[in-house]
Design a protein around this ligand. Structure first.
Ligand code: URA
Length: 434
C-alpha cells in the first residue's frame, strides 16, 4: 500500500477501505508518512467528506494507535465529557469537580486550544504548578483516591489524534464532521470511558455553524458510540456568543473558581447543569435529571464542589493559594475598558470574533509552536439582549502589548453590536440527541 494512491483515491472522491485507513494511521504515527502527505490527505477528506463507515474505521484506527486505558479496576461506571469547542468554554473546569463531588468518577483527558477556540489544558496550566502531564499510573491512582483527575493528551492514548489535531489546526482543516467525530470519539474510546456526554456547540463561535450540521455531527458520534459499545448523549448548546463573561486562560479559570463558589453566569450554569444531570444519570447515580440539577446546586452552595477542585489541583501539584485568593493570578500589564458610544440593546457579540481577538492578544496559538500568554484576554460586561447606555462599559481588554491593546479595543467595540429595539435572548440549550 502506498500513501500516494490513498491521497489520489480521496482526491477523486472514492471511498477508502478499512485497510487503507489503518495503513495511513499506523504509518503516520510511526512517522513513515510526512506531515505534508498527511496534510494532503486531510485536506482531501475535509473537501470530499467520508462515509459513515470510513469515519468509524478512522475512529477505531485512531483509538488503536496507542494504548487503550483500562479503568475496570476502579469498579465504577466511567462517564466522560467532551466539547466540540467554543469561546469562553470553561465548562469542564466547572462541571467535572462538581460531578466528582457527587461521586461520579472523573478521568478526563483534555485538549489544547484549537483554531479560535480555547483548550482546557491551556487554561489549567495557568494555575502555577498544576501538572497536566502525569503518567498513566498516577492518573488512575488519582481517580481511585480522590475521584478526579484532569490531564492533557500526553499519555500514549490516541497519539494519531494528537498529531492530526495539531496538523488540522495548522492547515485550517478543523470544521469537518468526520474529522471532529473521529478525533473526539477516538480519544474517548482510548481513555476508557464507558459512557460519554458530549457538548456539541452550535453557532458562529463553534465549528458547527448551524443546528442541522450540529445534529449530523452528534448523530455520527452517537453511531460510533453504539458500534464501540459506548452509550453517548449529545447536548446541543448555543455558541453564538461566548459562554460566561471571561475569555482568556487565567481569566476563565478565575471565572470557573467563582462559579464553583456560587457566582454562576446564567448561560454557563445552564450548560453545566444540563451536562452534569446526564453524567450523573449515565453513571447510575440518579435517574431524575431535575433532581440531579438540584443536587449539583446543593454541592455548589455547600462548598463541596469547590473543595473537590482544590483537592484535585493540590493532588497534581498546583498552588492552591491561587484558588483561595484569585488576585494572586498574573495580571496583564494593560487593563482597559471599552465604552459604549450609544444607547440601545446588545444585538450580537460574535463569539468567533471574540475568540480571534483573544488569540490576537496572545491567549491562543496562531502557529502550533506559539507560546500562550495566560493573563491576556477579554471580559464582556454585557450579554446579548441587555440594555446599554452611552458611556457604559461594554467590556475590558487585558493585554501585555500596547499595540495589541489598541487593536483589540477597536475590534471589541465593533463586535458588540448595539441596536435600538429590544432583543430576544436565544436559548442556551437547543436540544438533546441520544
Ligand atoms: N475537539 C476535539 O477533540 N477534536 C476536534 O476535532 C474538535 C474539537
Amino acid at each position: 500500500m502506498n500513501i500516494l494512491e490513498i491521497i489520489d483515491k480521496k482526491k477523486n472522491k472514492q471511498e477508502l477501505a478499512k485497510e487503507e485507513i489503518e495503513f495511513f494511521i499506523s504509518a503516520y504515527v510511526k512517522e513513515e508518512i510526512a506531515d505534508y502527505q498527511a496534510a494532503a490527505l486531510v485536506m482531501a477528506i475535509f473537501l470530499n467528506g467520508m462515509t459513515k463507515e470510513e469515519t468509524t474505521n478512522l475512529t477505531i484506527a485512531m483509538a488503536n494507535s496507542g494504548e487503550i486505558l483500562d479503568l475496570s479496576k476502579l469498579n465504577k461506571t466511567i462517564v466522560d465529557k467532551h466539547s466540540t469547542g467554543g469561546v469562553g468554554d470553561k465548562v469542564s473546569i466547572c462541571l467535572l469537580p462538581l460531578v466528582a463531588s457527587l461521586g461520579v468518577p472523573v478521568a478526563k483527558m483534555s485538549g489544547r486550544g484549537l483554531g479560535f477556540t480555547g483548550g482546557t489544558v491551556d487554561k489549567m496550566q495557568s494555575i502555577p504548578g498544576y501538572k497536566t502531564d502525569i503518567d498513566i499510573h498516577n492518573f488512575i491512582e488519582n481517580v481511585e483516591n480522590i475521584g478526579i483527575s484532569m490531564i492533557s493528551q500526553t499519555l500514549n492514548l490516541a497519539p494519531a489524534d494528537k498529531k492530526l489535531y495539531a496538523l488540522r489546526d495548522s492547515i485550517s482543516c478543523v470544521e469537518s464532521i468526520p474529522l471532529i467525530a473521529s478525533s473526539i470519539m477516538s480519544k474517548k474510546i482510548a481513555s476508557g470511558a464507558e459512557k460519554i456526554v458530549l457538548d456539541v456547540t452550535v453557532g458562529n463561535g463553534a465549528f458547527m455553524k448551524n443546528i442541522e450540521d450540529a445534529k449530523m455531527l452528534a448523530n455520527e458520534m452517537i453511531e460510533i458510540g453504539k458500534l464501540a459499545n459506548r452509550e453517548t448523549v449529545c447536548i446541543l448548546t448555543n455558541m453564538d456568543e461566548p459562554l460566561g463573561y471571561m475569555v482568556g486562560n487565567n481569566l476563565e479559570v478565575i471565572e470557573a473558581i467563582q462559579f464553583l463558589k456560587g457566582s454562576m453566569p446564567e448561560d454557563l450554569k445552564q450548560v453545566v447543569l444540563e451536562l452534569g444531570s446526564y453524567m450523573i444519570k449515565l453513571a447510575g447515580l440518579g435517574n431524575n435529571l431535575e433532581e440531579n440539577k438540584l443536587r449539583m446546586l446543593e454541592k455548589i452552595n455547600s462548598g463541596g464542589a469547590f473543595n473537590k477542585f482544590v483537592e484535585m489541583v493540590k493532588n497534581q501539584d498546583g498552588d492552591i493559594s491561587y484558588l483561595i485568593d484569585t488576585n494572586k493570578f498574573d495580571k496583564a500589564q494593560y487593563i482597559e475598558e471599552v465604552i459604549s458610544t450609544k444607547d440601545g440593546y446588545v444585538q450580537e457579540i460574535n463569539a468567533e470574533n471574540i475568540g480571534k481577538i483573544a488569540c490576537g492578544l496572545g491567549a491562543g496559538r496562531i502557529r502550533k509552536e506559539d507560546i500562550i500568554d495566560y493573563s491576556v484576554g477579554l471580559k464582556l460586561c454585557k450579554k446579548v439582549s441587555e440594555k446599554v447606555t452611552k458611556g457604559e462599559t461594554l467590556g475590558i481588554v487585558y493585554a501585555n502589548d500596547m499595540k495589541k491593546l489598541e487593536i483589540a479595543k477597536k475590534q471589541l467595540l465593533d463586535t458588540v453590536v448595539i441596536c435600538d429595539k429590544e432583543v430576544q435572548r436565544f436559548p442556551t440549550i437547543f436540544g438533546i440527541c441520544k
